[in-house]
Design a protein around this ligand. Structure first.
Ligand code: KMH
Ligand code: ZN
Length: 291
């Protein structure tokens, strides 16, 4: 098993307020392998990426998988194989996407939990998604949340718009805390149709976070050109980071991303500069309430 990379935060959570949780989202469901050859789409590519990102400082992996034609899939057998391989070859917290692609059915998205992840995403509302709609009906959210409670799967609540925080508050008030008792949200900023990726919007989201249970933590990811401002603002606000090729394909103007490792390495550098070094997977599990 990989050992803690140099520069990891040594302190524990809570009281570990200086550490940064880095999540890598290496694949997503939106980009085509033909257009983005560096995208990890096979199980081998995914596991190799995961190992390398863990060695650099990632603690959580947000997983979307692809089929033999590199198309997004929620095939349960493949998901189970993916969870098993990542569990065997890394110590990363495995967070399966229950969002899938905008074309996936609610039934398939709920069945993701049958693959036995320790964590899964749970998007808190519908959002325009470029030319598409990412549909998340209230009844579906409630079903996902309660199934996760029953199975001990810890959610990461995905917030694409400010109203999603209102829904999260309502969800927790009506249906109780998630498995493990800790609330962690991820602000996905800069999606065309969702909240924009600016400091001002992050501040507005943080105001609303105050209405959530004490101790709620957040990470943030800025899509595309909002990657850097969101990363720096999140660090400054005491938040955590999600980076990866699901969200970012351009490293700098005119410079395509070469690999997920490049993005994780940059996040680690920023976190260290901010004197909030990355936490390791064991610390992440304690922070997130994963038993
Ligand atoms: N691919 C998006 C439609 C999630 O992973 O939970 C949904 C998404 C969110 O990426
Ligand atoms: Zn995702």
């Amino acid at each position: 098993m990989p050992s803690r990379p140099a520069g990891r935060a040594a302190c524990e959570y809570p009281g570990m307020s200086t550490g940064t949780l880095i999540t890598v989202a290496p694949t997503g469901a939106e980009s085509a392998k033909a257009q983005v050859p560096a995208l990890p789409v096979t199980l081998d590519e995914l596991v190799t990426t995961a190992r390398e990102c863990e060695a650099l400082g990632a603690a959580v992996i947000h997983v979307h998988i692809r089929d033999d034609r590199a198309e997004p899939t929620l095939d349960l057998g493949r998901l189970k194989d993916t969870v098993a391989a990542l569990r065997e070859q890394t110590e990363l917290v495995i967070q399966l996407s229950s969002g899938g692609a905008v074309t996936d059915s609610e039934a398939d998205r709920l069945a993701v939990l049958d693959a036995g992840p320790e964590m899964a995403s749970c998007t808190m509302g519908t959002v325009n998604f470029g030319d598409d709609v990412f549909l998340n009906r209230w009844e579906f959210i409630v079903e996902l949340h309660t199934r996760m409670q029953e199975r001990g799967v810890v959610p990461e609540y995905e917030i694409f718009d400010l109203g999603h925080l209102v829904s999260l508050r309502r969800l927790l008030e009506k249906y109780g805390l998630p498995a493990g008792g800790h609330v962690h949200v991820d602000f996905v900023m800069g999606v065309p149709g969702g909240m924009d990726g600016t400091v001002q919007t992050l501040v507005a989201a943080l105001q609303q976070l105050r209405d959530l249970p004490e101790g709620t933590t957040f990470s943030a990811t800025g899509i595309g050109r909002t990657t850097l401002p969101v990363m720096m603002a999140a660090l400054a606000a005491g938040g955590h980071l999600r980076v990866g090729m699901e969200d970012t394909l351009t490293y700098a103007k005119g410079q395509p991303v070469e690999s997920n490792m490049q993005l994780v390495a940059r996040a680690v550098s920023f976190a260290q500069l901010a004197q909030r070094p990355p936490i390791d997977p064991a610390q992440a599990r304690r922070m997130l309430g994963i038993r």
